[in-house]
Design a protein around this ligand. Structure first.
Ligand SMILES: [Mn+2]
Length: 427
């Protein structure tokens, strides 16, 4: 379904007076602090986040899945859902495909559809954590690390075919997340498993076109509960180094043990020019895949503070990062959940943009610890939502995307079209 620009404009006129009052007050406060509001608006408007093709349906747990009505039943419908998100928020201008859940049957048509919505194809994701129907060998005991050469070559070939699908769509990067590991002590020879993984990744890397990048994701545990081959950023970094200049680490917020200082990891990787991408979500206990910013918004701000500093002081020549939401929606409408995540990401980015780094560095140099905290929290506690609204207003989005979505009965319309029992592919 297509939302008309007139419909969005009409909605905005109802909310504009209230918004303008708030924005003008905020803009004058920011200007008084020496900030260039126009440049902030420009940076915020440019910040685009990829939506993964598996996030448009309700996710589930290993205990159950409670589907939402009107879920997209195929890739075309998924692109249309991202189109809705992008039209309303102007911040979801990319899609990240998962192969084989979303193999494009007619890449040219899918590309045209995405183009029409202003959506580009970000990293493609391979899947060797599940067996697919008709597959010759099983990944039960691992894929790129498997002891059996036939299993490894099947997994390598799969990654190569994912690259081929990506080339057809205009993607420029491959994300590899492996569930390889062991469930019991003694099951794996750690060194040999890592060596085999490295060799497999090198083979995949060599297959990539010269303008492609590889992102190597890490995760400490789950689905394996004793060991994971790529368990942390250090292992990911070792492998990226072994593959080559165009291989990078990928940080998924949920892929850390409790209380890990993720912002410090980000600072280190950016310094070395080895941070490739980011998967946003939030968590209370483990890899919960909750809505971005729903549990630890201050941590998200601290991470963005490092990202902004790292991107503006780029001596490691880190390339532009691939941003993606990697969350699951067990009980919320996925589109509403994604709009909340998109807002949380832009908000944390905006908060980081207003940190006075000159003052902060000075406070650090003279070891004024109290002042350091004051500067950080002054930025975090400034309500920048009117700035985000203004950025949306100027780029044709809705001032309040979720209100628009509800008032326009979009889910009801999708349900009428696709049915109550339509279920999206994915986890
Ligand atoms: Mn991820």
């Amino acid at each position: 379904m297509q939302i008309s620009t007139d419909q969005i404009r009409l909605f905005n006129t109802y909310h504009e007076a209230h918004h303008k009052r708030q924005f003008e007050y905020l803009a004058s406060e920011l200007a008084e602090n020496g900030l260039d509001v126009e440049s902030l608006l420009e940076k915020i408007s440019h910040f685009q986040v990829a939506i993964p093709s598996w996030a448009l349906g309700t996710g589930g747990t290993r205990f159950g899945r409670f589907s939402m009505s009107g879920e997209p039943g195929n890739l075309t419908e998924k692109i249309k859902d991202i189109g809705i998100l992008h039209q309303l928020t102007r911040s979801a201008g990319a899609v990240s495909l998962h192969i084989p859940w979303d193999i494009p049957e007619y890449p040219e048509e899918i590309k045209e559809l995405a183009d029409a919505y202003g959506i580009v194809f970000d990293a493609v994701n391979s899947n060797t954590f599940q067996d697919q129907p008709g597959q010759a060998s099983s990944y039960k005991y691992g894929s790129l690390c498997a002891t059996e050469p036939t299993v490894r070559s099947q997994a390598i070939e799969h990654n190569k075919s994912v690259i081929d699908h990506g080339i057809a769509l205009g993607s420029k990067s491959l994300t590899v997340w492996l569930s390889d590991g062991s469930n019991f002590p003694g099951q794996l020879n750690f060194r040999k498993a890592l060596q085999r993984t490295q060799q497999s990744l090198q083979e995949i890397y060599a297959y990539m076109p010269s303008d492609w990048k590889m992102y190597i994701e890490y995760k400490p545990y789950e689905p394996n509960f004793y060991s994971t081959v790529i368990q942390d950023w250090g292992t990911s970094h070792l492998l990226a180094q072994a593959c080559g200049d165009r291989a990078y680490c990928l940080v998924d917020l949920g892929h850390h043990l409790p209380n890990t200082n993720i912002e410090q990891i980000v600072a280190t990787l950016l310094w070395k020019g080895k941070l490739g991408g980011f998967h946003f979500n939030d968590s209370k206990y483990g890899d919960d895949d909750l809505t971005v910013g729903s549990i630890k918004p201050y941590q998200l701000f601290l991470i963005f503070n490092e990202l902004v500093f790292g991107m503006e002081n780029n001596e490691g020549h880190n390339p532009p990062l691939a941003w993606m939401i990697d969350a699951s929606h067990n009980i919320k409408d996925p589109l509403e959940d994604l709009m909340q995540s998109l807002e949380a990401i832009r908000l944390a980015y905006a908060q980081a943009l207003i940190v006075n780094h000159e003052r902060l560095e000075h406070a650090r140099d003279i070891n004024d610890v109290t002042l350091c905290q004051e500067i950080m929290q002054a930025a975090y506690r400034t309500d920048l939502r009117p700035l985000l609204q203004e950025a949306r207003l100027r780029t044709g989005g809705a001032i309040e995307p979720i209100s628009f979505y509800r008032e326009a009965n979009i889910r009801e319309q999708l349900t009428a079209k696709r049915g109550i029992t339509s279920v999206a592919t994915g986890l």
